[in-house]
Design a protein around this ligand. Structure first.
Ligand code: CMP
Length: 138
């Protein structure tokens, strides 16, 4: 089924010059880029994006980090785009969960600085795409 997923290349990925590598992996997988922008995130948008983590002990650090420098926000589209990007990204912990060959497995060391975010379900994707790209599907 054709789906859309919201991908963020987080400040660590942008600062380390990994934008091209991440986008190349998305394109090589066969997904299409439907929207893309370099953006400085506000605390308001970041809080909404990560609302489900509001009670977690790392929430404030997460907001501080994601608003510390520009991110690349993009929408990737294609067959099973949501699980397909999660496969490319690898597990949240770049060492314990992400396999070599994945974005996090190849480039990450710490869970907080795990290079990319990808929507985890169709519901999250719809909510996140409406938040980051409100005019895309209207
Ligand atoms: P992401 O896929 O963007 O979704 C939530 C983010 O919270 C996650 O990637 C990590 O960057 C971060 N995160 C999750 N668990 C922890 C943790 N235990 N400590 C610090 N950051 C975390």
């Amino acid at each position: 089924m054709t789906e859309q997923t919201l991908v963020l290349i987080k400040p660590d990925g942008v600062e380390r010059g990994l934008i091209g590598d991440v986008i190349a992996r998305i394109e090589r997988k066969g997904l299409r880029i439907a929207a893309l922008e370099l953006r400085q995130v506000t605390t308001e948008v970041a809080s909404e994006h990560y609302a489900e983590h509001a009670e977690r002990p790392f929430f404030n650090d997460l907001l501080e980090f994601i608003t510390s420098a520009p991110v690349v926000a993009l929408v990737a589209e294609g067959e099973r785009a949501i699980p397909a990007f999660r496969q490319l990204a690898g597990g949240t912990d770049p060492v314990e969960k992400a396999a070599p060959g994945t974005i996090r497995g190849d480039f990450g060391l710490e869970t907080q600085f795990n290079i990319v975010h990808g929507s985890d379900s169709p519901e999250s994707a719809a909510r996140e795409i409406a938040l980051w790209f409100p005019h895309l599907n209207s």
